[in-house]
Design a protein around this ligand. Structure first.
Ligand SMILES: CCCCCCCC/C=C\CCCCCCCCCC(=O)SCCNC(=O)CCNC(=O)[C@H](O)C(C)(C)COP(=O)(O)OP(=O)(O)OC[C@H]1O[C@@H](n2cnc3c(N)ncnc32)[C@H](O)[C@@H]1OP(=O)(O)O
Ligand SMILES: Cc1cc2nc3c(=O)[nH]c(=O)nc-3n(C[C@H](O)[C@H](O)[C@H](O)COP(=O)(O)OP(=O)(O)OC[C@H]3O[C@@H](n4cnc5c(N)ncnc54)[C@H](O)[C@@H]3O)c2cc1C
Length: 560
């Protein structure tokens, strides 16, 4: 994040100076924004950067305990520099949050520079790999930096101390977060596909119950409950991959537009990156835990690879923006879009469907049979009607409040659900668009169409309350969707292992004895157990001190 921050907020001159040093690892940088007292509320950050015209420097200072920088990855022990976000103060006025390049450690002996207090914030959730990340704490005691280390692409301070705002939206200050959020969506697909690969392969070799006349027991992958829990996660892994590819295209397109000062799609980029990051990371975190449960007891072993994957993955729901905070950003943009519908301003991009408000507010779903749910047009319209009606309902309820802000606050739980509905529509839409493309490989398109329908109908089934409450579907149509879902599971079953083999993960990368490509799980589990340090001695440490006296004492007592 150090590099994209300088790219996005540094002048050409600053990029020329700092980026080569970072690329060559002559300096190591981190992104120091979050503080002990503020993370979500960026405008509430307390670190100060006060311009001193006498020396042409900024004085960086941590005025309170809560202004301590807290969490930045790489800050505690590794980084020599940071992009520090602080309140810019010049001529006695606070101009809000800006980015500054600050050296933290000596390039000679890595010791913290004068006025800089640095450390690691301590162990984190589980024993996961995230403990290898030195998330740090940083305090400044009036540390001076040259004026030209203020990132000055978006705004400047002159030698005399005058603040100058460039003619660019101030939201570009948040551009680094947009960049990472879009990458996190693709990461969700990778993490989810790893968990699903482990669970599908293990479910294919695990047999439990169902033996007829001494024959083999039943593969748990054949149980309908296992399929109804696992196949939607498999479909989600593909769904998030395709929407992540599209989001990367959107981000690239917006970045190119920014180069020519076209800010027309900035809001779309914010809404899509924030919303898709929130929905895909929440779903993936839940799915990794579900995959652990789908593997029974062995899923709880570290050698399954699932506990570590979960421990390392779950902060994705928080970092780069708490998911609720980000979904409320989407909700704000939805409300703004609904309010503009009456003005005749046609929504664009992923909001374009809201322009069909007359039709979608009264449309009746035409599904009459379970097979009708295989028609992408019916799926698309059902998801559009649900999302639009939820947004309009929220807007109407907010409109009845004494003031907009109060109404937004009161209705924020409903707004959250409306934002999720809008984002799920985007995911379904991009999956449908993907399977409409020419897809090479014999039978591949059909399999992806199955997964697309599984993702859409599972999501519909899981959120059926929304569809019924908004009148977008009838209970009968909901039941038909569930009936079709069961048929789809049967079609996915023969190809389930092939669909996870297609992720092409090596056993090393997967890191799981349950997910081995060769399915030779039991010997591997047994072999792995003996690597446990506890098995280095046959009689455990502590026997003589604790167990033996206890056993002997109890034996004596039993003979009295
Ligand atoms: C075993 C192996 C495991 C494998 C799995 C591993 C998977 C992971 C691997 C890799 C993943 C990638 C690596 C990730 C590492 C972790 C990195 C984490 C780094 C961080 O966390 S950095 C800090 C992140 N912090 C945040 O996100 C803060 C969130 N808060 C905000 O963004 C803002 O405070 C706010 C948006 C919530 C509020 O902004 P604010 O200005 O106060 O007020 P508003 O009125 O809401 O907004 C004003 C105006 O601006 C618009 N706007 C807001 N944000 C943006 C934006 N980003 N872009 C464009 N526009 C924006 C907003 O819509 C308003 O517009 P309006 O005025 O209404 O028109
Ligand atoms: C592993 C990890 C790595 C990180 N790396 C970095 C990094 O490199 N650099 C960096 O700067 N930061 C980093 N962070 C910090 C991270 O960005 C913040 O923790 C994150 O943005 C959430 O902010 P917060 O901690 O203030 O949560 P809070 O906002 O305090 O969230 C607490 C609760 O309050 C709720 N809430 C907050 N505001 C509202 C609201 N307006 N309406 C409704 N509910 C609300 C939230 O939904 C949540 O339930 C990292 C964090 C983690 C866990």
């Amino acid at each position: 994040m150090f590099v994209p921050a300088i790219k996005g907020q540094g002048t050409e001159e600053q990029q020329k100076k700092w980026l080569p040093l970072a690329y060559k690892f002559q300096i190591i940088g981190c992104y120091a924004q979050t503080e002990l007292g503020h993370g979500s509320n960026v405008q509430g950050l307390e670190t100060t950067a006060t311009f001193d015209p006498m020396t042409d420097e900024f004085v960086i200072h941590s005025p309170t305990l809560t202004s301590s920088k807290w969490w930045p990855g790489g800050l505690g022990k590794a980084s020599t520099h940071a992009v520090v976000y602080a309140r810019l103060i010049t001529e006695g006025k606070d101009y809000g949050i800006h980015g500054f390049i600050v050296q933290l450690r000596s390039l000679e002996d890595h010791s913290p520079l004068p006025g800089v207090t640095l450390g690691d914030i301590g162990g984190k959730f589980g024993s996961g790999a995230y403990n290898s990340m030195d998330n740090g704490v940083l305090r400044f005691d009036h540390v001076r930096i040259p004026r030209d280390q203020m990132l000055m692409r978006l705004s400047q301070v002159t030698r005399e101390g005058k603040y100058v705002q460039s003619d660019v939206p101030k939201q570009l200050l948040y551009g680094t977060m947009v960049y990472v959020r879009q990458s996190i969506v693709a990461d969700a697909s990778k993490a989810l596909s790893r968990a699903v690969c482990i669970a599908v392969r293990y479910s294919a070799i695990r047999k439990q119950f169902g033996s007829q006349d001494g024959g083999p027991e039943t593969q748990v992958l054949n149980y309908r409950t296992q399929q109804s829990r696992l196949f939607p996660l498999l479909a989600s892994a593909y769904a998030f991959r395709f929407v992540g590819d599209w989001l990367n295209w959107l981000y690239t397109d917006v970045t190119q537009k920014l180069e020519v000062k076209d800010y027309s799609t900035l809001q779309e980029a914010h809404a899509c990156t924030a919303g898709l990051k929130a929905v895909t990371t929440s779903a993936t975190a839940d799915a990794i835990e579900e995959c652990r449960k789908l593997c029974g007891g062995h899923g709880y072993l570290n050698s399954s690879g699932l506990p570590e994957l979960f421990a390392v993955y779950v902060p994705a729901c928080t970092y780069e923006g708490d998911n609720v905070v980000l979904l409320l950003q989407v909700a704000r943009i939805l409300m703004k879009t609904v309010s503009q519908l009456t003005s005749g301003k046609q929504p664009v991009g992923t909001m374009a469907y809201m322009g069909k408000v007359q039709h979608l507010m009264q449309s009746k779903c035409a599904v009459k049979t379970a097979e009708d749910w295989l028609n992408p047009a019916f799926i698309q319209e059902a998801f559009e009607a649900r999302a639009l009606r939820m947004a309009v309902n929220c807007a109407q309820n907010i409109g009845q409040a004494s003031n907009q802000e109060e109404g937004f606050y009161e209705r924020s739980p409903d707004l959250l659900e409306a934002a999720v509905a809008h984002i799920q529509l985007i995911i379904v839409t991009k999956f449908i668009e993907k399977v409409h493309q020419d897809i090479p490989g014999h039978g591949v398109k059909e399999q992806l169409q199955n997964l697309c329908n599984v993702y859409a109908l599972y999501t519909l089934h899981k959120h059926l309350g929304d569809f019924l409450a908004t009148g977008s579907l009838t209970p009968k149509q909901g039941a038909l969707a569930n009936e079709q879902l069961g048929k789809l599971y049967a079609q996915v079953r023969p190809n389930a292992v092939a669909l996870v083999d297609a992720f092409n993960y090596t056993d090393h990368y997967l890191g799981s004895v349950l997910g081995r490509y060769d399915g030779n799980v039991y010997p591997a589990l047994y072999e792995e157990a003996w690597k446990d340090p506890l098995n280095e001695t046959v009689v455990p440490e502590g026997y003589h001190e604790y167990l033996r006296p206890l056993l002997k004492q109890q034996l004596k007592l039993s003979r009295l």
